[in-house]
Design a protein around this ligand. Structure first.
Ligand code: PGA
Length: 262
């Protein structure tokens, strides 16, 4: 069985280079100590160069720890002020990229067609994509079927043509119900598992590629106490962790809890 993926999404944190390096070193120690997981640390892109140097120095096997970015633009270079392209990330040894996080959809008005272009480019350039999907509270209030319909719509638009445009046969989808992010109201693991199965079925049915691997992470108020409840389920391949990945002690507890349940 594949290792469970624990992806740390630092968002716009921490505020300094020194604090970022310190947090990375603590996360790397946690990755080294935890057997059953593949950790992906996703710092702000400004810190990636220093962190990739620290990563090389610490000599942690790539099966235990990899670096990811929180976004990548759909053009490789040119007059696109403020953007960073997948090739630039790859040149620093970055392996993963988060695309379509609900905070970018909200604050930067990223649309499904924009997300789709980013996925095509990032996968084409060899990054592993963690695509974030998830329903807002008003949709979940209408019921579970409404949530599924919403997620299916996102998947269809975000992944349209992706597997035709690239040679890749794998995708990681993070199911993050928007109401669960940063709220302390994590989804019920059984419901998250049902949605994870639904995401796998939907992607496989839409793309019908014999070799397609779809992994699903759960995200939204995952912490040291509840992570194992999700990650121990067969259908859930790991977790995308925000707030708890910023506290070294909590993140270490989280990774250890998964090892102990294995
Ligand atoms: P959270 O964030 O763990 O702080 O809820 C998760 C995410 O937004 O990826």
């Amino acid at each position: 069985m594949d290792k469970k993926i624990i992806a740390a999404n630092w968002k716009e944190n921490p505020k300094s280079r020194a604090a970022a390096l310190k947090l990375f070193e603590a996360s790397a120690r946690a990755a080294k100590a935890a057997e059953g997981i593949a950790m992906v640390v996703c710092p702000p892109s400004i810190f990636l160069e220093d962190i990739s140097r620290a990563f090389a120095r610490l000599q942690i096997p790539s099966s235990r720890l990899a670096l990811g970015a929180q976004d990548a633009f759909w053009e490789e270079g040119g007059p696109f002020t403020g953007n960073v392209g997948p090739k630039m990330l790859k040149s620093l040894g970055i392996k993963y990229v988060i695309v379509g996080h609900s905070e970018r959809r909200k604050w930067l008005h990223e649309t499904d067609p924009m997300i789709n272009r980013k996925i095509v480019r990032a996968m084409g350039d060899g990054l592993k994509v963690i695509l974030c999907v998830g329903e807002p509270p008003e949709v979940r209030k209408k019921g579970f079927s409404a949530a599924k319909r919403f997620i299916k719509g996102q998947l269809k638009k975000d992944l349209q043509g992706v597997f035709g445009a690239t040679a890749r046969n794998d995708i990681i989808v993070a199911y993050e119900p928007i109401w669960a992010i940063g709220s302390g109201k994590n989804d019920n693991p059984r419901d998250a598992a049902e949605i994870a199965a639904f995401i796998k079925e939907t992607v496989r049915a839409a793309f019908q590629r014999a070799k397609l691997t779809v992994k699903v992470l759960y995200g939204g108020s995952v912490n040291g106490k509840n992570a194992a409840d999700y990650v121990q389920l067969d259908v859930i391949d790991g977790a995308l962790v925000g707030g708890a990945s910023l506290k070294a002690g909590e993140f270490n507890r989280l990774t250890q809890s998964i090892r102990m349940k294995k």
